[in-house]
Design a protein around this ligand. Structure first.
Ligand SMILES: [Fe+2]
Ligand SMILES: [Fe+2]
Length: 460
């Protein structure tokens, strides 16, 4: 039996590969406790929801259950809030219900899934709760990937499994050691190479998942160590040159799609998806046709009871992001002593009040009238939010792009001085281009809803 998605190509009967992709569920078992003064204090600088996370994720799972056409679900890590054992138990209950409804779920565990202790918040204090050891995750999530493993790397719990006829997922765990996060070392690469060679010999198509993005989500994240796997160009080339065209990632809580072409001309596409419990709060539905045409759709996380003081789900998620970022900045600029304290106070006042019009006068640059009354802190916030939502709108031709470009030109002599310090392994860094390509999506396709051509050769 073939569904409506069946296509006949060259006389072969081929079906599309369809799956849901959600990540960084950061599930927290609410009955552990999430209230009181210590909790409120903690949440001042937390960008995603904790107490509400189980309700939010349950709303997503309900939608997945209702879609009878799509049975595959892929979750690349950070399943629990911070490794609380009870959070895993509750999440697994939900995953089991999905399994009973006919879903096939493949997860990867990551840094937030194992911890000596978890934290809950009761009676104005934080309380240590039972954590989860890395090795416990194998048994806990046995039904959701490990059981179907054709091969398992016992050191990292990376695995390869069949997800559809002649189609495998290579789950590469780069986040199994707290002391070297984002690392895919030579040993793991040689295990992966063996698996990819075997898949090729057996005519199976392989897609990969990894918790950390392989390709930096936006150009400036290339300079941020924790924003991508270590030696990302090497890892991207390894995957693409060994037949992997697509990798599904998370960790950055960001919506991005990026392509990397190797020296040999092979392409890797990295789809990084946001957390379900913080802005921009999305999950994805992906369909790959046998001819390699990939249709990526992003779906807003909704469907849970919205608190009365919010008018929309977007407002609800954005508020938390905005509130936590502003508190983080305040924290950085708070405290100190003596001259440091005075300077920080002045810095905070300037940051909170200075307008773009004032900055343009200081720098002797002309900016569009519409921007002059905008506060720097609000402008920075808009850019930051746009980066995490993907499809950043500040492309060439917009007044925001021109304002940033002119400001960067004023600092050109400083940028040129620091650029060599950022250059590594012979890859030169051009900070101006990097920043301008970060505030505007110039890739020619959307980070949220895109049609992308893979080579395909999926033969279901
Ligand atoms: Fe995460
Ligand atoms: Fe993470």
């Amino acid at each position: 039996m073939h569904s409506a998605n069946t296509a006949r190509i060259n006389g072969n009967c081929m079906e599309n590969l369809k799956f849901y992709l959600l990540t960084d569920t950061h599930y927290f078992e609410e009955s552990l406790g999430a209230s009181g003064k210590a909790y409120e204090e903690y949440m001042k600088t937390e960008a995603f929801y904790m107490k509400e996370s189980s309700e939010i994720n349950k709303a997503v799972f309900k939608e997945l259950k209702e879609d009878k056409e799509t049975e595959l679900i892929i979750i690349p890590g950070d399943l629990s809030k911070d490794g609380e054992y009870e959070s895993h138990k509750s999440l697994i209950k939900e995953l089991n219900a999905l399994k009973d409804a006919g879903k096939k779920i493949f997860v990867l565990t990551a840094g937030h899934d194992y911890n000596e202790f978890g934290r809950s918040y009761n009676n104005d204090e934080f309380v240590q709760v039972k954590g989860t050891e890395l090795k416990e995750l194998y048994n806990l999530y046995y039904e959701f990937g490990f059981k179907d493993a054709l091969s398992l790397d016992e050191e990292t719990y990376s695995y390869i499994a069949e997800i559809a006829p002649q189609t495998r997922i290579l789950a590469l765990n780069c986040d199994s050691k707290k002391e070297c996060k984002g690392l895919i070392d030579e040993r793991l690469l040689s295990w992966a190479k063996e698996q990819l060679e075997k898949a090729r010999e057996e005519g199976a198509y392989v897609i990969a998942m990894c918790h950390y993005p392989i390709i930096p989500s936006v150009p400036v994240f290339d300079l941020v160590g924790d924003a991508h796997v270590k030696n990302w160009r090497e890892i991207a080339s390894f995957l693409a040159d060994n037949g992997v065209e697509l990798v599904l990632t998370g960790h950055m809580h960001i919506q991005s799609i990026n392509e990397f072409v190797t020296e040999a001309g092979n392409k890797l596409v990295d789809i990084c998806t946001a957390t379900t419990v913080g802005t921009p709060a999305k999950y994805r539905k992906i369909e790959i046709a046998s001819n390699g045409r990939m249709d990526v759709k992003s779906i807003d996380v909704t469907g849970f009871a919205l608190p009365d003081n919010f008018n929309s789900y977007e407002e609800f998620f954005d508020w938390r992001f905005d509130y936590s970022i502003k508190n983080k900045i305040r924290k950085i600029l708070d405290g100190g002593n003596g001259v440091g304290k005075v300077l920080k106070k002045i810095g905070l006042r300037v940051l909170n009040s200075i307008k773009l019009g004032t900055i343009s006068r200081i720098l002797f640059i002309r900016i569009d009238k519409s921007l002059k009354e905008k506060k720097l802190i609000d402008f920075a916030g808009e850019i930051g939010t746009a980066i995490f939502k993907g499809d950043q709108p500040f492309v060439e031709g917009t007044s925001e792009f021109m304002a940033v470009k002119k400001a960067l030109e004023r600092f050109d002599f400083i940028l040129k001085k620091v650029e060599p310090k950022f250059s590594k392994n012979g890859v030169e860094v051009d900070l101006t281009t990097m920043i301008l390509n970060t505030i505007g999506n110039n890739k020619g396709y959307s980070d949220n809803n895109a049609l992308i051509n893979l080579k395909g050769n999926i033969n279901l």
